[in-house]
Design a protein around this ligand. Sequence first.
Ligand code: BV8
Length: 280
Amino acid sequence: MEQVLPPDAAAVLGQARRVVVFTGAGISAESGVPTFRDDLTGLWARFDALQLATPEAFHADPDLVWGWYEWRRARVRRAEPNPGHLATAAIEALLPGTVVITQNVDDLHERAGSRSPVHLHGSLFAPRCVAEAAHPAPLPETVAKPARPATLPVTIASADHPAALPETVDGETADPGEGGRVPPPRCTRCGALVRPGVVWFGEALPEAALTTAVEAAAGCDVLLTVGTSGVVYPAAEIPRIAARSGATVIQVNPEPTPLDRVCAINLRGTAAQVLPALVA
Ligand code: BV8
């Protein structure tokens, strides 16, 4: 059935009652945070991000992968939220009940004022012990000191594994630059390696986050999909679930994506240009 395009995205949003904003790496691009499809630079230019963001890569070369995440954390710490993030927070303020769902592992939505974005792929700022699942019981008395002072940029407490990780040393990110391999710190509880608190390819998404996202997509009347190529699953199902549930899906992306065909409105522009116009 030929989609009858609603008159205007801002009007559609203005009449919406339950909105979901679904974001990908593109919303952070204008903050200077590279997307997954940008060419990697420096040491990592030899790799595809899809290769580095895997448990196998970390197992094979923890220093390389940890260094990549330190470099990314440093990039995010130096970045500022852009008008796309700020407009997303403005939509939440205008339409209470708006759910922000992000594939991104940066904290730019939070720093723009979004209250509790649903992180489907975890966070750069929540490293955790690789053996976390192995510590359901009270922790062993012996506490292995990290092999060397942690260079971790943030307080890395993990709810399931409290006080298991080295404290912040200097609060600053140890930016390894373009070519830095950085040995990951050790868990102060069990001595195992600390890993990035993100969901790697081949790993399951956090169940609660995915359930919240699916329920929000199935129950919204408008879903804004912003800055995602729509090819990473199961996250890429979220806009499709909204469309199947009868929501109006509006895409903001300068490029065509596989999501074009499920979108009632395709706004060919960048997040920082288009989103503020939607809430003006
Ligand atoms: C899993 C964290 C199973 C790490 C990331 C079908 C069903 C289920 C799984 C699969 C499936 N088919 C294939 C799979 C496997 C795989 C997958 O989807 N592979 C892809 C490559 C085909 N999925 C998985 O492995 C998932 N896990 O399935 O586990 C399982 C189940 C039970 C038990 C055990 C196992 C896990 C996927 C999560 C991977 N982790 N991130 C990290 O960040 O380091 S995904 C990673 O890609 C990022 O999170 C990123 O956000 C995400 C998606 O990319 P995008 O956000 O879309 O970014 P991208 O660069 O691609 O595109 C940017 C877009 O922005 C572009 O369109 C561009 O035009 C646009 N843009 C650029 N500038 C702007 C802009 N838009 C607006 N404004 C701008 N200025």
